[in-house]
Design a protein around this ligand. Sequence first.
Ligand SMILES: [Fe+2]
Length: 463
Amino acid sequence: MDGETRGNPFLRGNFAPLRSEDDFNLDLQGALPDGLTGSLYRIGPNPQFDPVERNYHWFGGDGMVHAFEIADGAVRYRNRYVQTPRWQTENAAGRVLYGVMGNPMTTDPSVMGTDSGVANTNIMLHAGRLLALEEGHEPFEVAQGDLAPLGYRPFGGRVTAHPKVDPRTGEMVFIAYADGALPLSEQISWGVAGADGELKLRETFTAPYCSMVHDFALTDRYVVIPVMPLTGDIKRAMRGGPPFAWDPQQDTCLAIIDRALGVASLRWVTVPTGYVFHVMNAWDDDQGLVVDAMRYPQAPFFPLVDGSPGKETSAINIRWRVDLSGLEATVEETVLDDLAGEFPRFDERYAQRPHRHGWFSGQQRRPGDIRGDCLVHLDLQTGARTVWSEEGIGGVAEPVFVPRSSDAPEGDGWILTVLYRLDRGISELVVFEALDLAAGPIARAAAPRRVPFGFHGNFVARI
Ligand SMILES: [Fe+2]
């Protein structure tokens, strides 16, 4: 690795990529619950070659899947690169060919204009297919067992990494930003893949400016797309400035679309200035709709429009209550909890319905540090917050809820997450009773090496 990239924080410590694909039986402590059978699939960036760009960004590395398969009282671990076309081309060449995040200025002319997807951000099951997703390309399917590449799914264009599966219909609803003919355009699309996994609908509207829209909210009736001033600007990029930058001169707003009526029904509502990477849950009612999300006062990880470093900020859980009953939509924002964190999750059987329980990776000791240092449960009915942590933790991954059974009450089940142990330099899968984090893990499965920090994961039950 050259001297310039070595200083990049996203190539150091447990952000640094692995260079092996392994199969391990993990070292188990405690007892796995009888009803917990299936695989936790997690994904994150893991560049197969050392980046040559000084400004390598965490979001730009090749995807790597880490699968923790729980069966017969044991845990097996498997990690594999997502072998996208880009990964295969660079692998055959034996070197980096693509600019980070598709940057044409640093892309080798031999691959200019070819697919640069890295499939590194989320991994989820839909219509029996395991899909690896990122911001700017179609979902890339991998095999559930050996994680072999099965290729892109035809979604009519780019799709972001946080589609929502409607629990009533089995449909997958998705969005795409910067979805015009020109790079970093103001166009945003939304669409639907049916329960069979096939594209059913895709339509586009024009936002006031190009925004990086990482996540959105879905209710029975509405699609809610936050357009927040982490702006994309191709002219700025051509002048040598940052392609994406924080620009609070622009409004922070929500695009609200009635799912039955499509973009013809588009309404806008302004919300307090801020940035949301992740929504927890949302639902609608007679007055309008409710969105629970983790909001930053300013987008982290990205510079200001003049290229100077952005402010380090942290996110907290907030609720937007949007009143759609009048001519002008209005919004009221309330704080649900003031502990910093990221990666909010809930019991997804309650998607699109009022929910009581939420979990996230907390930042108690280091607000704004994406690695997380504790695991948090919020009871939104009582307002109680439960925090679990212990000595030696260098990171707490996104918590994933698994219900004890399909008809168990809300929150009755387990939380799975992956801890990075600074003290031992390894990672471990940990299992908690979801409503009793304070009791600590009921089972731990330690890997013989670290698992790099990643983004998202989902559990696929095997019955
Ligand atoms: Fe995300």
